[in-house]
Design a protein around this ligand. Sequence first.
Ligand SMILES: Nc1ncnc2c1ncn2[C@@H]1O[C@H](COP(=O)(O)OP(=O)(O)OP(=O)(O)O)[C@@H](O)[C@H]1O
Length: 528
Amino acid sequence: MGNCISRKEQENSDIRMPQPMPQSQPEFQTQRQQQYQAPLPPASQQQPVVLQKPPTQAPAIAPRRKQMRALFSFEKQVEGDLSFRKDDILDLVDNSDEFWWKMRHTETGETGYVPYNYVQPYDGSPTSMACWFDVDRREAERNLLMPGLQEGTFLLRPCRQKADQAVYSLSIRIEEQTRNEGRQIFVKHYMVKPTDQNGFYISPKKIFASMQNLVRHYQNAEDGLCCRLTVPCQRKYVPPPQFRDFELNRNQLTLIEKLGRGSFGEVWKAKLGRLVEVAVKMMHSNGQGIAMNQQDFIREAQTMHKLHHPKIVQLLGVCTTEEPFYIVTELMANGALTTYLKNDEENGRRITFDNMLDMLFQIADGMAYLEEKKFLHRDLRAANILVGHENVVKVSDFGLSRFMEEDAYDAGENTKFPIRWTAPEAATKKVFTNKSDVWSFGVLIYEIVTRGRIPYPEYGNRDILRMVSRGYRMKNPHNDDQGVFCDEFLYENIMLSCWKADPSERPTFATLRGIFENYYVEKQHQYE
Ligand SMILES: Nc1ncnc2c1ncn2[C@@H]1O[C@H](COP(=O)(O)OP(=O)(O)OP(=O)(O)O)[C@@H](O)[C@H]1O
């Protein structure tokens, strides 16, 4: 896990006093080649503007209209969309819709809709820089710890602790040779603060007139940072575009490969148009334990379509004009977490305890979003968590269990009802709340730390409900002989609190997210 320095440590960083330096290039440039792709000038010409008082006048060339730069290529899906290539510059025409912005291509003059998360501002602000990522600390670390990146790879992101101010964090990949553990890779974070005159600084002794100048300076010289900045972090994975039409045309889908089968039917990898890879879940409205009224299904899917969070699998659209219905979602490269965890065992255990904590943070983050939206999952377990690249995990299949037939809730041996994951009040009285989801989250922790073991391994379905209702709880699965690590804090303070008999005594997902975000700090605090 990355090494996160505290603010105090950061402020104590050895950032040296500035030397007088010549002025650098103007801050705002209209040519994107100049601003984003120009090779750096020789080191001698790359000195930063070092100013005690940055100039208050406006940038040399003020933007005439709001322009955006394309982060990824996009191919139009339906009439009215606008196709573009990565790095194209687009004029913003109308952003009144949350997800689809009307834009004009600056080269072709064509106008159309583009997904809002495929573009970034192109106005010289920090959020328009190639190194800008709109992510939190953990996500920054995940991006920077990917294999194959060079030391000094960096990104700029909002500082969550100071969300109300224009404070940023600069996150940098560090590699260090240690005596015992060989080469260690971690991430350091520096707070970048604004001055009253639109300048920025890491150390108040060295102030820059713009974020671009600050970054350029630390690309040239370490100057008190833990290492010199090298290259901006690459955006490796293209986010799924939100389709404008909720009802998709199934003729536009090309099924490629069967990925698996669940209670609702088969799941296929498919292409929508030429560019976008998706997953298609095929569902029959009746039979095999499913009782689905088309109108209910569409209504539920419409609600799910409006949920957007980096840690929940995005529902992109549906095909409901004929059977089987299709649910089209974002494709997750590594499939279900259960299989991913079990394969890890076979592959010689590459997922560390820190990786597991990181997964738990991501899941708690996604669930905290659903909690905030007052949406119940009802079937939270490792089989319904999907894995993307590099241990990215997302919550999937939320809300779908509503379409299971009532008798599927009988706790028989062969039932589809996930009795091992379900809170007693939900299993016995059908009272599903965010707190019953929290119970399931506690069981999911067990699955993760044991790398996919079935919960309550020694008991059959019928016994579990009876025993749990009488107060039985799974023991701490920590067992050195079997290679299971689960520390006391995780078991006592988190798993057992998720399994409190009284739902109101269980933590919220927002609390759980906070605990996993700062796990070691929270743990230390607990034992002080
Ligand atoms: N979006 C996706 N991206 C990649 N693979 C997926 C995706 N959705 C499902 N899969 C694959 O298809 C399999 C079946 O998924 P599905 O959600 O239908 O069933 P399940 O969750 O395993 O079981 P159940 O339906 O009982 O909850 C998964 O195990 C996973 O491997």
